[in-house]
Design a protein. Structure first.
Length: 259
């Protein structure tokens, strides 16, 4: 087997029981360190099971945090960004929060129902200034193909995914594997992200932990700026200085016409 990121050889890394009944075999790339599940045949079952959604009690707080981080990034690095896309947008809560902050975000998610951003779905064939994909890349069977497609849709990609630790990084030692859900099937460390950026001919900026930006030859945020975004006080200081008019009321008027 060869690595789907850099095509180098892979070797056995770990095994675990997924969803309480499926034996998962994990492979690790000998060059870039990308870890993936070999043949995750249970994915259709995993995405059809909505019982686990109830366990995500931090979803509202996480989306509020992501909205602040994303708005601060846009305000300081892409202040003139036009229409943006949130891929893997879940319930649409993040799209609604970002529209409330004045950013023209659209929603797309093949597995979820759009509850909060109805009327602002992605349009096929559209091009976007920024594409966000938060907590998505660890779900992808073929991350290189997916990110290549996204990079054709948008000028800049803003991603989140926890980076594989250097130690205690096997199932049972690192909670991000989430074997109870069976949806997390690929895990990046910094070398794997760098290899991915090279394959896509993109630049990479990362906070070294969770938030990552891929883009062309234009201006990207520094790693220090991304790390500072972890601090709520810093984010809010940035946002106070570059506030935009909300789209909440104009969205309401637009939707009223459509009804």
């Amino acid at each position: 087997m060869s690595c789907p990121i850099c095509a180098a050889p892979e070797s056995p890394f770990a095994e675990a029981l997924v969803r309480g009944r499926h034996r998962a075999r994990y492979l690790r790339c000998e060059a870039c360190g990308y870890v993936r599940v070999e043949n995750p045949h249970w994915l259709q079952e995993a995405y059809a099971d909505h019982a686990l959604d109830a366990l995500d009690t931090g979803i509202a707080a996480r989306n509020i945090d992501l909205a602040e981080r994303t708005a601060a990034l846009l305000a300081w690095y892409w202040p003139d960004a036009g229409t943006c896309l949130d891929h893997g947008g879940g319930s649409g809560l993040l799209v609604r929060l970002l529209r409330d902050r004045g950013y023209d975000f659209r929603w797309r998610d093949p597995y979820c129902v759009n509850l909060f951003a109805r009327g602002f779905e992605a349009e096929p064939g559209a091009h976007y200034a920024v594409l966000t994909a938060f907590e998505v890349i660890e779900h992808l069977p073929d991350p290189l193909a997916s990110l290549h497609a996204w990079s054709q849709e948008a000028d800049t990609l803003i991603l989140s995914s926890e980076l594989l630790p250097a130690r205690d990084n096997r199932p049972g030692q690192w909670s991000y594997y989430m074997p109870e859900s069976g949806q997390h099937i690929g895990f990046f460390g910094m070398p794997a992200l760098q290899a991915l950026a090279r394959r896509l001919d993109l630049q990479l900026a990362s906070d070294g932990r969770w938030l990552h930006v891929l883009g062309g030859r234009g201006r990207l945020p520094s790693s220090r700026f991304l790390r500072l975004l972890r601090r709520r006080r810093w984010r809010r200081w940035l946002l106070r200085r570059r506030r935009r008019a909300t789209l909440a009321w104009s969205d309401q008027d637009l939707l009223r016409v459509r009804l």
